[in-house]
Design a protein around this ligand. Structure first.
Ligand code: FAD
Length: 388
């Protein structure tokens, strides 16, 4: 039985505890039989069901009341719970938020019409930032958006785009040229049916989900597709990542809790040398480290979420710490769970084998662990200078 005592921590209000309970029941009812054989079909189905039953309302702002913002604690609780039950369900939920995040926080009233659809699960969203030569180095984006009368003309490539190939809406970041580097990027809404958008390649990864490389060749977008002001693209992307990075930590936490739960069950059941595995002190040491990692990750994730919900303008440091620690420690927790399962732990399709594959990409996307370390160090150094 998964430990849910963290819900009593002071980061949460009563409504969060109620939400976690309702989602637990929903997930137990709805996610037991997700067929991962066709990730495109599974994601479409999951988005539709998450939308139908109201969960996607927590992934984007209310288009009628955007000033209320997003409740980051709810976002994280939902991701943690979904990830614990089914990694693809978490993915489907998360991408509706990340993909529409720029519209949630910077969109006009007209642009926010998309949110009614992403929140209902009737439109699938994608976030198109990375390029073949610009992953960690976002300021190096090469895709171009050139103003031509009332239009922007887009040319270039995006890669590693989650939901690429099944999305109805892509938020694309491209170089509009107001200044060199980070200050010369802008964000655009690109509806999937726009002529000139090519799904150049579908990408397969170790934990399959819809993923693609996109190509634009002279694709025309009206100026009304621009999100925010020209040149604000980098700021927009980083603000969206600030909010969603703790939620990547939350998903990792969900995976880690599932792994710990499985390891506890196995250590209690499995007889070795005439006694349960759990009686071996080296195994107890592993379990202690796993439990400690899970609680420490939860503290960092929900500290970051609580700080944002309490009115912090930016949570760059807290978000980076939450993502870095929760994803790295989840990898370690899952690895120990595999070890405790012995040979069964590496059997294709075993829950801990699936977790072992599912956790890996979280240490790379939305800023690799090394990038999070650089962010944390810069913040620490800046506050040391301010305090001097
Ligand atoms: C499964 C998956 C889904 C993704 N989904 C999306 C998506 O929906 N939208 C999107 O835009 N992108 C997405 N990405 C792309 C992801 O954000 C990039 O892969 C990531 O930013 C790393 O970029 P890169 O792959 O080009 O690696 P590189 O930038 O080449 O980095 C390689 C490695 O270098 C190291 N490194 C990087 N910076 C530093 C540093 N400052 N100091 C020391 N070491 C460093 C890190 O270990 C890093 O992993 C996804 C990626 C994956 C794997």
């Amino acid at each position: 039985m998964v430990d849910r005592s963290f819900l009593d921590w002071p980061f949460f209000d009563q409504r969060h505890r109620a939400l976690a309970g309702e989602l637990e029941d929903w997930a137990a009812r709805e996610l037991g039989t997700v067929d991962h054989g066709d990730p495109d079909a599974a994601c479409r189905d999951l988005v539709a069901r998450l939308g139908r039953d109201g969960w996607l309302r927590h992934a984007a702002v209310d288009p009628e009341a955007p000033e209320a913002g997003l409740d980051v604690r709810s976002l994280c609780l939902i991701r943690e719970t979904l990830a614990r039950h089914d990694g693809l369900a978490d993915f489907a939920f998360a991408m509706q938020g990340l993909g529409s995040g720029a519209i949630s926080f910077f969109g006009t009233e007209e642009q926010r019409a998309w949110l009614a659809r992403t929140r209902a699960g009737t439109a699938i969203a994608a976030f198109a930032l990375s390029e073949p030569r610009s992953g960690s180095d976002v300021a190096n984006i090469e895709a171009k958006a050139i103003r031509d009368g009332d239009d922007y003309v887009l040319s270039g490539e995006k890669t590693w785009i989650s939901n690429g190939g099944i999305a109805d809406l892509y938020v694309v970041f491209a170089r509009s040229g107001e200044a060199p580097g980070a200050k010369g990027l802008s964000a655009f809404i690109l509806p999937a049916e726009t002529p000139g958008l090519e799904i150049a390649e579908r990408l397969e990864v170790i934990a399959p989900h819809p993923l693609a490389r996109l190509r634009f060749d002279g694709l025309r977008l009206p100026a009304s597709a621009l999100i925010g002001a020209p040149g604000e693209g980098f700021k927009i992307a980083m603000s969206v990542l600030d909010v969603f990075r703790p939620s990547v930590g939350a998903a990792a936490l969900g995976f880690a809790r599932r792994a710990l739960d499985a390891a506890l069950a196995r250590a209690g059941e499995r007889e070795l040398f005439g006694a349960p595995l759990a009686e071996l002190q080296l195994v107890q040491g592993q379990i202690a480290e796993m439990a400690l990692d899970v609680d420490a990750a939860a503290l960092l994730v929900y500290r970051a979420a609580w700080a944002k919900d309490s009115g912090a303008a930016r949570i760059t440091r807290e978000a980076a710490m939450a993502k870095l620690f929760a994803t790295e420690s989840a990898q370690a927790v899952i690895d120990k769970a595999v070890q405790i399962h012995g040979g069964d732990g590496v059997r294709a399709g075993h829950p801990v084998e699936r977790l072992y594959r599912e956790i890996r990409a979280l240490r790379i996307y939305e800023g690799a662990s090394e990038v999070q370390k650089v962010i944390i160090a810069r913040q620490a150094l800046a506050s040391a200078v301010e305090g001097a």
